[in-house]
Design a protein around this ligand. Sequence first.
Ligand code: PMP
Length: 362
Amino acid sequence: MSSISTLVSQLVRPEILALNAYHVPVSAGMVKLDAMENPYQVPQSLREEIAAVVSGAAINRYPDPNPLALKRKIAALLQLKSGMSVLLGNGSDELIQLLAMAVNKPGTTLLSVEPSFVMYKMIATFLGMRYVGVPLAQDFSLDMSAMLAAIERDKPALIFLAYPNNPTGNAFSAADIKQIIAAAPSLVVVDEAYYAFAEDSFVPHLAEYPNLLVMRTFSKLGMAGLRLGFLVGSELWLNELEKLRLPYNVGVLPQLVAEKLLDHHDVLLAQAEQIKQDRSLLLQELSAIKGVKVYPSSANFLLLRVARAKEIFEGLKQRGVLIKNLHGSHPMLQDCLRVTVGTPEENRRFLEAFNETITQLA
Ligand code: PMP
């Protein structure tokens, strides 16, 4: 009889055996600035409204597989034109997977840029798809000649562009993205996970391009715990993706709570506005520290480059502040750290711990 480990290594695909699982660090009791969450809860009165909705929820029943009221609210918020529709996912991670599954013929390529959101590559690997990551230019803008050459050479079926990009925080040039959409024989998904903190969107351009979809998530807008992402675009695309969606991918409670929160979208947007202001302050304060380079950001986090980044990350952790160490994750992110913008108090504690750590290391 074979041991379990022998069976596992015989039966599981080698590319999965070689993967490291997506690592979520322990954060209990820490100032948590590692995952681009909105640090604010909603006001007490709204929490009570949510509690009332939840207490009446039919959790003995399967969720509505097509929650029209929620979809209509999203469509109205985005001012979607007729012929455009909404597909809900269990977080946008799930939508990335659906998109990849839909186009994954043998030998198909998924293309994105690097450094960018790691799930694009991970999901391609999960599905045995070819993945091409085109390096960004040194200033983290799109390297258009490399992009157009890769599109010509690899003919990707699917392209993901995070707008703004994670982990660099910048929004690529909209003109460059349009050029890519126009040139590519591919489905191009503009991933607007950080739309609430950015100045621009591709939603108004959906009707101009037959190969464009826009993906968003509510995770960064105060609903990370609900797991709710959505794709918008032509029904012709979304109808095909619907076939792949597992019937009950979004639970009863996330549906109800999201609907309630969308009735108070202004509350969430006001929180995002506060985060944007605090982002400027944090950027100023960090830039004033000698040896720290901070990159401008259109998202709810800042990317910084500083010598001995890993030790600074560890020093912050010892002081109860959790951020993201990017050093070692990609050659262009050498000495880089990413910090989510928190509440003013959390940002102060982060800066204090940061200053203490660099003084200690000096
Ligand atoms: N896209 C980008 C660019 C992200 O940074 C993230 C989260 N880090 C996601 C998608 C996934 O978000 P979620 O699955 O929480 O909707």
